[in-house]
Design a protein around this ligand. Structure first.
Ligand SMILES: Cc1ncc(COP(=O)(O)O)c(C=O)c1O
Length: 359
């Protein structure tokens, strides 16, 4: 018989609570009937609470990369500055280019943060109408100070829209969308929100809607204005992943019942434990104070065989972690401490890794 998969301590997709898995098994409803409108109207204010925003939060039946494409088409007119400090920010730049938009890349070494002074400096060298930034680079475990970066953008290039990927931070690290003034803030379900993969979410500011209206060739599937038109009727433009919406409905309650502050504190406590553990045995790729509260990229200073370690972890504690990503594949391994995981679970995980290291 096929073995049941081990619990995921990856930096996404992460483990999904049984109650949320079960929620997907309900009978389907039509996507143009009153039930779906009731459901979408009821999830919207809760999504806005999680995003800490009054902006519309659109639900896309796509993975988060779809929203990279959306942001490129709906929010970049002439030229964008793409900040790159890891694999996902590099992908976003690639998506911008693939959509025929002009861009310059502000590249810093993988493992380093994007900082306000670097952004201000780069903005001074060109004329940009948008800036793309990944808040939490999942490939390196680096969190960049987006709130301060937005201030730098406002001073240096007031017309530039700030487009932010919070794929591996929303719901795990404090991202006050309105207080920071993010024009576009996108995330995926399968990370800190601990949903099954397949839905992504984006908060779009009034400024970004106004800009979209002036940009030709936005396409249709990912156009902010199409999303808006349908949200006004409490619908989605196309048939949504209805069963994932059931999961979202339940999980938003679980998240808000826990409370955002408690959720961020739990992520910080898990990260503290992993950091302390890692520094005693290995090293951490990210420098202080930019170490992520949701994923740690541990520098594999002992050349541990990560596949063998995962086999051991699966067998002994029913858990697995992740390899390094892309060019960091062999140099690092990554522990995802995101979603609904708890400190005791993370302690069990690191104790089991110790067991493997001793063997
Ligand atoms: C920071 C970040 N951005 C974007 C993505 C792409 O998300 P998806 O695989 O949902 O398209 C990921 C996936 O791991 C990510 O970690």
């Amino acid at each position: 018989m096929k073995r049941r998969p081990a619990r995921l301590f990856l930096p996404g997709p992460t483990e999904v609570h049984p109650e949320i898995l079960t929620a997907q098994a309900d009978r389907l409803i039509g996507h143009r009937g009153p039930e779906i409108s009731e459901l979408l109207a009821s999830v919207q204010p809760r999504l806005q609470s999680v995003f800490q925003t009054k902006n519309n939060v659109y639900i896309s039946t796509s993975s988060a990369t779809g929203l990279f494409e959306a942001a490129a088409r709906s929010s970049i007119d002439q030229r964008s500055l793409c900040c790159v400090n890891g694999a996902f920010s590099a992908r976003w730049a690639e998506v911008v280019e693939a959509n025929g938009k002009s861009l310059d890349v502000l590249e810093v070494e993988w493992g380093e943060p994007i900082t306000p002074d670097r952004v201000a400096d780069a903005l001074g060298r060109g004329d940009y109408d948008a800036v793309t930034i990944v808040h939490n680079e999942t490939s390196t475990g680096v969190t960049s100070p987006v709130g301060e970066i937005v201030q730098a953008v406002r001073e240096q290039a007031p017309k530039a829209l700030v487009l932010v990927d919070t794929v591996s931070s929303m719901g795990g690290i404090d991202v006050p969308v309105d207080r920071w003034g993010l024009d576009v803030c996108l995330t995926g379900g399968q990370k800190c929100l601990a949903l099954p993969p397949g839905l992504s979410f984006v908060a779009v500011s009034e400024r970004a809607h106004a800009r979209a209206a002036t940009i030709p060739g936005r396409g249709w599937y990912f156009d902010w204005l199409v999303f808006q038109r349908y949200l006004e009727k409490w619908q989605t433009p196309t048939t949504p992943a209805i069963t994932l919406l059931y999961a979202l409905d339940r999980q938003l309650d679980r998240i808000l019942d826990e409370g955002l502050t408690a959720r961020f504190d739990r992520h910080a406590a898990m990260a503290d434990h992993v950091r302390e553990w890692s520094l005693e045995r290995f090293d951490i790729l990210a420098p202080e104070p930019y170490r992520s509260d949701t994923v740690t990229a541990v520098v594999n200073t002992r050349s541990v065989d990560v596949d063998a370690m995962n086999r051991y972890l699966a067998e002994h504690v029913d858990m697995i972690i992740s390899n390094g990503y892309a060019k960091l594949r062999d140099r690092t391994f990554r522990i995802g401490h995101m979603g609904d995981h708890t400190v005791p679970e993370i302690e069990t995980l690191t104790a089991a890794i110790d067991g493997f290291l001793e063997n």
